[in-house]
Design a protein around this ligand. Structure first.
Ligand SMILES: *Cc1c(COP(=O)(O)O)cnc(C)c1O
Length: 235
C-alpha cells in the first residue's frame, strides 16, 4: 500500500476510535515515526500535510533532519544518553523520553546554554519491563516536582510504550494506568498535564479510547523499517 492509502486509513481509524470515545479527532495528534525510514518517505508525508515527526536515535536524526523541509518539527521519542543532550536540544522541538532527574538536569543545562525552552514528556515504564527504559510509576510521582523546578523545561505530560502484544486489547490496562499516573502528577503540580503520548501501530485505537493525545505510528504508515537508512544514503 502507498503512504497516501495508509495515511487515509489510519486517519479514519483514529476518527472512529475518537467517535467511540466521544472525543474530537482534533484532540489526537498523529505523530509519524520515521526511524528506519528514508528521507524520501518523510518528504512524502510532509507533502501530504504532516508537520511533526518522531525519531528515536540522535545519530540518525542528525543526518536526516537537515535533509528535510525546515518547517517540520521533530519529537525525540527514544532513550537519550546524557552525552547527547546538546544535540537533542538543538534538533528537537519536544523530548518525549525524559526518564530521570539527572537527564532532565542535563537537558535544562543545555537549554539554558543554547537559549531555548524545551517541552518534555516523562516516559513511564508502566509494565516494569526490564527491556524498556522509562520511569517506574512511583518514581515519576516522586521526581516530578524537582523536574518542574528546572526553568528551561516545560512538562507537558507523560509517554509510555506498552508491552508488545498481538491483541491490542491487552494493552488497555497499561494505558489506563498511565492516565492514573497523569492525574496524580497533575495533582502534585497543581496544574493540568495536557499530553498522554501512548499507542503505536498495533494498539493506537485502544490508546485513544483511554485518552491518548499523541499516537506514535511508524510501520502502519510507512511499512517495514530498514536497519540503516543513514548509512545507505552515504553509500
Ligand atoms: C518505533 C517507535 C514507535 C512506532 O512503532 P510502530 O509499531 O512502528 O508504530 C513508537 N514509539 C516509539 C517510542 C518507538 O520507538
Amino acid at each position: 500500500m502507498s503512504f497516501a492509502e495508509n495515511y487515509r486509513e489510519i486517519r479514519s481509524r483514529i476518527e472512529a476510535a475518537c467517535a467511540r470515545a466521544g472525543r474530537s479527532p482534533s484532540s489526537v495528534l498523529l505523530l509519524p515515526v520515521t526511524k528506519g525510514q528514508p528521507v524520501d518517505a518523510i518528504h512524502e508525508a510532509a507533502n501530504a500535510g504532516l508537520q511533526i515527526f518522531g525519531e528515536s536515535k540522535i545519530q540518525e536524526a542528525k543526518v536526516k533532519i537537515p535533509q528535510c523541509p525546515s518547517r517540520l518539527q521533530w519529537h525525540m521519542i527514544g532513550h537519550l544518553q546524557s552525552n547527547k543532550c546538546r544535540d537533542a536540544i538543538q534538533f528537537f522541538q519536544m523530548i518525549q523520553s525524559v526518564d530521570s532527574l539527572s537527564l532532565a538536569q542535563e537537558l535544562n543545562k543545555w537549554a539554558e546554554k543554547l537559549g531555548k525552552r524545551m517541552p518534555i514528556l516523562l516516559e513511564v515504564n508502566v509494565a516494569g519491563e526490564s527491556t524498556k527504559f522509562g520511569y517506574n510509576p512511583d518514581k515519576v510521582v516522586a521526581d516530578i516536582a524537582g523536574i518542574n523546578e528546572l526553568d528551561r523545561l516545560e512538562i507537558h505530560g507523560l509517554m509510555t510504550i506498552a508491552p508488545y502484544t498481538p491483541t491490542a486489547e491487552k494493552a488497555r490496562p497499561v494505558f489506563k494506568r498511565l492516565a492514573e499516573v497523569q492525574a496524580r502528577c497533575s495533582d502534585i503540580l497543581g496544574a493540568p498535564l495536557p499530553h498522554l503520548s501512548m499507542g503505536m501501530s498495533g494498539d493506537f485505537e485502544v490508546a485513544i479510547e483511554e485518552g491518548a493525545t499523541i499516537v506514535r505510528i511508524g510501520t502502519a504508515l510507512f511499512g517495514a523499517r530498514q536497519s540503516s537508512v543513514t548509512r545507505q544514503s552515504a553509500d
